[in-house]
Design a protein around this ligand. Structure first.
Ligand code: H79
Length: 481
């Protein structure tokens, strides 16, 4: 009896230890210290500027369905939902038009690099369910349809250019025959409101498929830096919808340094106050993800002490449309990047390549202009922190700490002062030094108790944004005027 007790006790101890051991082996956010998290987030925080790419079967359709334009504005990656096509009809129409040319990914990667982007996030699968990799668990994938692995082509091209890479992955799936769309009233579905064509669906089986594809993506392509999940609703999210914690843990086991967004969830603690794209809260518990994802807008005052990334289109669609001509100006795109950096966020700017992988001419041109600006002014964006000022009448500000306790303010002048005097509302003990970032020319500065005045002259060096560096002792003390 005693022997038996000892054996049982020993067994209990061994079991407890092994369970514990397993739990602490998991690189889950719960076991990560704030310092470890800062280390993991560092490259992303410094990067400030990334390229988003929406590309899939919808790209070849280009906003046209059976010869007719679907819309001139709005997301044409949703074309299957917009025309209410079942997955077979959609595939029949779209597959013949999706013809990636050789070397397309090199063009994307070089373009991103040249524009000053430090990372590229692309759609490995959008809501239509078509996977760009060679998947063993699906026949609706580039491997089966084209005998190519487009994920490999893209990630290899990015790594060659020294870019970090992120995988956008839609958890919504309009193709899988076990995806139980009737469980959500809020998530989109092409046949929404209609009963399942195949009578019964076991969502658990879809979740297994989702986890299996995520596992393929995390296992077969070397280092992946970001996962960009998309998306959940207030009535269908988190554990119930996607077994999200397990999914995140599995991803981190394969890619311990990965950064993930918050879209496996839709609750206030995960950064969402509701269903609209503007429904963003200023809280994010790290267990739900690493960063908040404002879509198509820039939070008015940023999100203090949080990591956030605004994703935005250059016209109004994510996936290519030949009918959308509402392109943002170069000035708008560059000033958005500055505005976001001045509020401590990242800018993920989208391109929607065509069915052959080529990039629309308008996007090529704008990215070139952004790149030209970044080559001169990149120091005012990369590795900077949010502005100390709530508002500046003439533009924006970002800042960096310098060795020796100084602070460098990057002043982005949008509206050139008509009298040639740029007023910066800070109090300083010592007169700060100022120079133009573009050519290093020193500018005359006077300061009094309330403000610093920089004599910037009459000529406007850069109509989009001229950057002036202002170095001050210690931390800038903002005066309230
Ligand atoms: O992948 C992109 C979008 O397809 C997806 N997330 C980004 C990154 C997305 N999810 N939700 N939304 C976009 C918001 C929904 C916007 C809508 Fe519409 C406006 C749905 C219907 C009208 C625009 C036009 C998108 C589809 C049609």
């Amino acid at each position: 009896m005693i022997k038996r007790c000892i054996v049982l006790t020993l067994l209990f101890i061994v079991l407890t230890l092994s369970i514990r051991g397993h739990a602490s082996d998991k690189p889950s956010s719960a076991t990560e210290s704030p310092q470890q998290r800062d280390g993991r987030m560092q490259w992303w925080r410094n990067a400030r500027f990334g390229m988003f790419v929406h590309w899939g079967l919808y790209s070849g359709l280009a906003g046209t369905w059976e010869g007719k334009p679907v819309a001139t504005q709005g997301g044409m990656e949703w074309i299957q939902q917009r025309v209410k096509a079942d997955t077979a009809t959609y595939a029949k129409n779209a597959i013949p038009l999706f013809k990636p040319k050789e070397g397309f990914a090199t063009q994307w990667a070089q373009m991103a690099k040249n524009a000053g982007c430090r990372y590229l996030v692309f759609t490995t699968k959008h809501h239509d369910g078509f996977a760009l990799h060679d998947s063993k668990v699906s026949e609706f994938d580039a491997g089966s349809v084209l005998n190519r692995d487009l994920v490999k082509e893209i990630i290899d091209a990015c790594h060659k250019e020294g870019l970090r890479v992120g995988f956008y992955h839609s958890v919504i799936d309009w193709h899988h025959d076990q995806y139980a769309y009737l469980l959500s009233k809020e998530l989109p579905y092409p046949l929404k409101g209609q009963p399942y064509p195949n009578d019964h669906r076991d969502h658990e089986k879809y979740i297994q498929f989702l986890h299996a594809q995520a596992n393929e993506l995390m296992s077969n392509y070397g280092q992946v830096d970001v996962v960009w999940w998309d998306y959940s609703s207030t009535d269908f999210q988190g554990e119930r919808a996607w077994k999200s914690f397990e999914l995140m843990d599995r991803v981190k086991e394969k890619q311990p340094h990965i950064i993930m967004n918050n879209r496996l969830f839709r609750i206030p603690e995960a950064g969402f106050s509701g269903m609209g794209t503007h429904a963003v809260t200023d809280q994010l518990d790290p267990k739900y993800g690493d960063f908040i994802t404002p879509e198509q807008h820039i939070p008015a005052t940023g999100l203090p002490d949080l990591d956030w990334e605004t994703c935005m289109t250059m016209n109004t669609t994510w996936g290519f449309s030949e009918h959308d001509h509402a392109w943002k100006s170069d000035e708008k795109l560059i000033r958005n990047l500055i505005d976001i950096a001045s509020k401590g966020g990242n800018y993920l700017l989208n391109i929607g390549p065509k069915g052959d992988g080529s990039v629309p001419e308008e996007s090529i041109k704008s990215l070139q202009v952004i790149g030209d600006w970044m080559k001169i002014n990149g120091a005012s964006i990369y590795g900077t922190k949010a502005s100390p000022f709530e508002k500046l009448s003439w533009g924006r500000c970002s800042q960096k700490s310098l060795p020796g306790g100084k602070t460098r303010l990057y002043l982005h002048v949008f509206d050139w002062p008509s009298d040639g005097k740029l007023i910066v509302p800070i109090m300083t003990q010592k007169v700060p030094t100022a120079r133009r970032l573009a050519d290093g020319d020193t500018l005359r500065v006077v300061s009094n108790k309330e403000r610093v005045t920089i004599f910037v002259g009459d000529a406007i060096p850069d109509k989009i944004a001229t950057v002036i560096e202002l170095d001050v002792e210690g931390l800038p003390e903002v005066s309230h005027q």
